[in-house]
Design a protein around this ligand. Structure first.
Ligand code: SAM
Ligand code: SF4
Length: 346
């Protein structure tokens, strides 16, 4: 018997009522962190010396498949794998291949991935083969020395090769860039030009207060309202009504012909249209990125719950999805949410 032949993976989509929370929002998007580990240590994301989770605490690939499949049965149409770095998880392609059956069956519109790109050159072909159409690649600078400093040791060349491999495999690449007041503020326009020149959309992200890191976040914080103003001093930004149900607001830059997204969780409230929930690599379901709410689905699965039990646990968690988040960067204060982005998945 294959490890995937567990009763839970028999869940078929389209049978159950959709997942609607207490405020009438339908949950159709699941992000799954497949590992807390990473081959980089970005300064805004991780501490230099991280203690990673013991293997037993992390969901097995079979458990991830089972929980994700339950979500698909409950109307999830979009699934994003993230981390940590999803491509450093051993066997992750087996999971991608398994999950791709939902694409083939028409039960899922999109299976996608957020990656730092270091291993993309190795896996891009397989990702395309298993039905992925797009990937998000995080990249904060094109300066090799600065890249190494921001990521504490990363090699820019690997990421650039990964991006090229993804494009060659037919994947659309979106670049995610965290706006950092000191490190890349001045480089943002040229990064946008670079990305748009390669047919890649780009999204700028404000730093979010998730998890303890060494740097003072108020030092790194750069308001995207300010960035937008600067860009508007030399480019024409046209708002486009593209909504992903998430925190990004999009514009088209007339001069570059590309799209630019702004993710501004701190200065913007994006909660009314929120359609997403997050599963950590330990099986904890967070229905709001900015709050401490949590449902332990690993406990449910490991206690031997059948499909009905798993689905009931998911429904109860979604029913209690908070109305909105509560981020704040208080100088010198504790992060609003103690868990790191790498555990929750960005
Ligand atoms: N390792 C993969 C990557 O870097 O793309 C996937 C996981 S990473 C946690 C997902 C995204 O979260 C990345 O784009 C990263 O830049 C962003 N991120 C990490 N920590 C953040 C923070 N404190 N504030 C804002 N964005 C953050
Ligand atoms: Fe790793 Fe991504 Fe976090 Fe950077 S942002 S340390 S690549 S998980």
């Amino acid at each position: 018997m294959s490890p995937y032949d567990s009763p839970g993976t028999q869940v078929r989509a389209g049978r159950a009522a959709p997942l609607i929370d207490g405020f009438g929002r339908t949950v159709t998007y699941l992000r799954v962190s497949v590992t807390d580990r990473c081959d980089l240590r970005c300064v805004y994301c991780m501490a230099e010396h991280m203690t990673f989770l013991p293997k037993a605490e992390v969901l097995t690939l079979e458990e991830i498949d089972r929980i994700a499949t339950a979500f698909v049965a409950l109307g999830t149409r979009k699934l994003r794998l993230t981390g940590g770095e999803p491509l450093v998880r051993k066997g992750v392609m087996t999971l991608v291949e398994r999950l791709s059956r939902h694409l083939a069956a028409g039960d899922l519109d999109e299976l996608t991935l957020t990656t730092n790109g270091t291993r993309l050159a190795v896996f891009a072909g397989d990702l395309a083969r298993f039905g992925l159409r797009r990937v998000n690649v995080s990249l904060d600078t094109l300066d090799p020395a600065l890249f190494t400093r921001i990521t504490r040791g990363g090699d820019l060349g690997e990421v650039l090769a990964g991006i090229e491999a993804a494009k060659a495999a037919g994947l659309k690449v979106k670049i995610n860039t965290v706006a950092l007041a000191h490190d890349n503020a001045d480089e943002i326009p040229s990064l946008i030009q670079w990305a748009h020149g390669r047919g890649c959309d780009m999204t700028l992200i404000e730093t979010m207060p998730l998890g303890e890191v060494e740097a003072d976040r108020t030092d790194q914080f750069l308001s995207l309202a300010k960035v937008r103003k600067t860009l508007e001093s030399f480019w024409t930004l046209r708002d486009i009504p593209l909504s992903t149900g998430g925190p990004a607001r999009y514009v088209e830059i007339v001069e570059t012909g590309g799209r630019l997204g702004f993710i501004t969780p701190l200065s913007h409230n994006f909660c009314e249209a929120c359609n997403r929930v997050r599963l950590t690599c330990t099986g904890t379901l967070h229905t709001c990125l900015g709050r401490e709410d949590a449902k332990d689905l690993r406990a449910v699965v490991r206690a031997g719950a059948d499909d009905a039990g798993l689905i009931a646990a998911i429904r109860a968690a979604v029913d209690a999805k908070p109305k909105g988040h509560d981020f704040q960067i208080a100088r010198g204060g504790a992060p609003a949410v103690a868990r790191h982005m790498s555990t929750t998945g960005g």
